[in-house]
Write a protein that binds this ligand. Structure first.
Ligand SMILES: Nc1ncnc2c1ncn2[C@@H]1O[C@H](COP(=O)(O)OP(=O)(O)OP(=O)(O)O)[C@@H](O)[C@H]1O
Ligand SMILES: [Mg+2]
Length: 249
């Protein structure tokens, strides 16, 4: 049984069919890259998996358990974490506190309510460990709002990992990263796979998406137009025409 299994998901926004019978399966210890042009439906698929958007048809299951129909907080507690295309940390909290409030599947509680109790030495140590792991340089005691965009993305990954997920959905984590940070991100993804996470990577950086993945799914216009190993997808004419032609993978 796949860890995450999306079956025949269809999403409509008024007259627009954003996703049409989309299937996706990810096992523990596997990275699946999801690529496709702007508006293909990649973020919408993440929104379905995390309970932000309800599909008109299809199912999403985690270890066989149905996720669709449940709220996003519950889905997070069950073990699905995501990063957002536009990073959204709490800008007034420090870098370290942004991770601390997310620890242990807390599913983004309002920080001020839980805060006094949260900042224990053990939690700080865990937060620092995660920040180091995602390659975010110190200091961790400055406000997150002061971070450059590339570092905000790494912080997003750290916050997602703090919820101790089984499935990690990364929405364009490399956007705005400089080349050394992209390389660092690639190492982080490889390590997460070794640790048994199921990872779905949405990326416009196609070379990264192909290098990092065990399997690749290509979406265009809400439909899966190709699926296979990175080599198979690289050689697929439909894909090259629809999308990859512009990128030198
Ligand atoms: N809440 C919404 N209401 C109406 N239309 C939406 C909504 N969310 C997304 N769409 C539309 O659905 C389609 C798919 O959008 P989506 O954001 O999933 O694409 P994407 O593949 O993530 O694109 P990008 O690479 O630009 O991030 C687009 O046409 C978009 O305008
Ligand atoms: Mg998107």
């Amino acid at each position: 049984m796949s860890r995450l299994r999306v079956r025949d998901v269809t999403v409509r926004f008024a007259s627009l069919t954003a996703l049409s019978n989309v299937r996706l399966e990810v096992d523990a210890g596997e990275v699946v890259s999801l690529v496709g042009p702007n508006g293909a439906g990649k973020t919408t698929l993440f929104n379905v998996i995390t309970g932000f958007v309800q599909p008109v048809a299809g199912t999403v299951r985690l270890d066989g358990q149905r996720l669709n129909g449940r709220g996003s907080a519950r889905i997070s507690r069950l073990g699905v974490a995501r990063t957002f295309q536009v990073a959204r940390p709490f800008p007034e909290l420090t870098v370290e506190d942004n991770v601390i409030v997310a620890l242990g599947r807390a599913s983004y509680p309002h920080p001020l309510r839980t805060f006094g109790r949260a900042r224990t030495p053990a939690r700080r140590e865990r937060a620092h460990g995660l920040l180091t792991e995602v390659g975010l340089p110190e200091p961790y005691d400055r406000p997150a709002g002061d971070l450059p965009v590339g570092h905000l993305r790494l912080l997003e990954v750290g916050r997602a990992l703090a919820t101790d997920p089984k499935v990690l959905l990364l929405d364009e984590p490399a956007a705005g990263l400089r080349e050394p940070e992209v390389a660092q991100l690639e190492r982080v993804v490889a390590r997460l796979r070794e640790r048994g996470l199921a990872v779905v990577l949405v990326e416009h950086n196609v070379p990264l998406a192909l290098r990092a993945a065990d399997r690749v799914i290509v979406l265009a216009g809400g439909e899966v137009i190709a699926e296979g190993t990175p080599d198979e997808v690289r050689a697929d004419r439909t894909v090259i025409e629809a999308y990859l032609g512009t990128a030198n993978a």
